[in-house]
Design a protein around this ligand. Structure first.
Ligand code: ZN
Ligand code: ZN
Length: 364
């Protein structure tokens, strides 16, 4: 075991504690990645607040990029020195979901308590989301990582491991948007802006962003939204119909956690439309809808985890889009912070004004 620095959650709702932890060398099929960057996602904040339960102490963080520093046996063709993004999608590769092309919902459980992390005195330490990337290094399955060009800055690359694939993937893989379709995206935050980009890349005709402030709607327009609607309106779907020439949307992508958005989402749909549930409400939050309307109009409610991506297929595609100027990454970052500033970065993310805050590791 080697000692590294990490931001550890010791109590839900309390600031993370920067401390030394122990990390095991990579086992069968695993690699060790020395991280350059990790972005802060609302999922990390939900976990740290206790919204989804889980064991403590724990290390969160799951949107990371770095360089492979050790390789276990059976880790494919990965080598020390490879530049990679690290995702939370620890797919086994052989269960029915993986074999059926949906590794994001792999059915083989992974024991995050008995993973590679221990507290400095040898006690249990949860490797949350199979990553534990609020730390200088991670040990993960080779199936969780994708090689990237050395020239792609790691702060930009880290965004590809969650927010970007979740948003773009939801539009392309889950909603299966076709050119000419109309889309509503609820929420113009880290995932929502990428859902907007995904809809644009898929060739959507009109893209209506729905959010709480004019500022967020202005940013949404920069990412490809054609119209903006304030969520604070009494019946925001009526403003969306107007933007869509009097009809409902072919797809509504719900990228926020607020449960009200899920209650309202089917109202934005036209005949045959699909509501794609992407955001992650707190456990126990319930939503209601009118089944007869869905049946009569042939509409669908679909959950989408991590954009239904196959990372080995979709991340190289998105890197090409970025390099061709067809996918925005630079504009998604609102702040860069040191690991020692992680609690400030989390507070800034909680305000909802930030896009993505990224922690940069300083290795010297
Ligand atoms: Zn995330
Ligand atoms: Zn599997």
């Amino acid at each position: 075991m080697q000692s590294i620095k990490a931001a550890v959650c010791r109590a839900f709702g309390e600031p993370l504690v920067i401390e030394d932890i122990l990390i095991a060398p990579p086992g069968m099929g695993e690699v060790e990645v020395t991280l350059d960057a990790v972005a802060i996602c609302h999922s990390d904040i939900s976990f740290a607040s206790g919204a989804w339960g889980g064991h403590l102490p724990a290390v969160y963080g799951h949107e990371a990029a770095g360089i492979i520093s050790a390789v276990g046996d059976g880790a494919g063709d990965f080598r020390i020195g490879d530049h990679v993004v690290v995702t939370l999608i620890r797919a086994c590769g052989s269960c029915p979901s993986c074999a059926g092309g949906k590794p994001t919902v792999c059915e083989t459980p992974y024991d995050t308590i008995n993973g590679p992390l221990r507290t400095v005195d040898g006690g249990p330490l949860e490797q949350a989301m199979a990553c534990g990337a609020f730390a200088e290094k991670v040990v993960v399955s080779h199936r969780q990582i994708v090689r990237i060009p050395e020239t792609l800055p790691k702060d930009l690359a880290s965004l590809l491991s969650c927010g970007v694939i979740t948003g773009v993937g939801a539009a392309v893989n889950a909603a299966e948007l076709r050119p000419g379709q109309d889309v509503v995206v609820i929420g113009a935050g880290g995932v929502g802006l990428n859902a907007i980009q995904g809809a644009r890349i898929a060739g959507a005709r009109r893209i209506v962003a729905v959010d709480m402030t004019e500022d967020k709607l202005d940013i949404a327009m920069e990412f490809g939204a054609t119209h903006g609607v304030l969520a604070s309106l009494k019946q925001p779907w009526k403003a969306a119909y107007k933007a869509l020439g009097g009809r409902g949307a072919d797809a509504v992508l719900i990228t926020v956690g607020a449960i009200r958005a899920y209650d309202q989402a089917p109202r934005y749909l036209g005949s045959g439309g699909k509501a794609i549930m992407i955001g992650m409400p707190h456990s126990g939050d319930m939503s209601s809808y009118e089944p007869v309307v869905l049946a009569a109009l042939g509409q669908g409610l679909i959950g989408s985890k991590m954009g239904d991506v196959v990372i080995q297929r979709d991340i190289p595609w998105m890197i090409d889009l970025y390099e061709q100027g067809r996918l925005k990454l630079d504009e998604l970052i609102s702040g860069r912070w040191a690991l020692s500033q992680i609690n400030e970065a989390i507070e800034d993310t909680k305000t909802g004004a930030a896009k993505r805050n990224v922690i940069l590791f300083n290795h010297d």
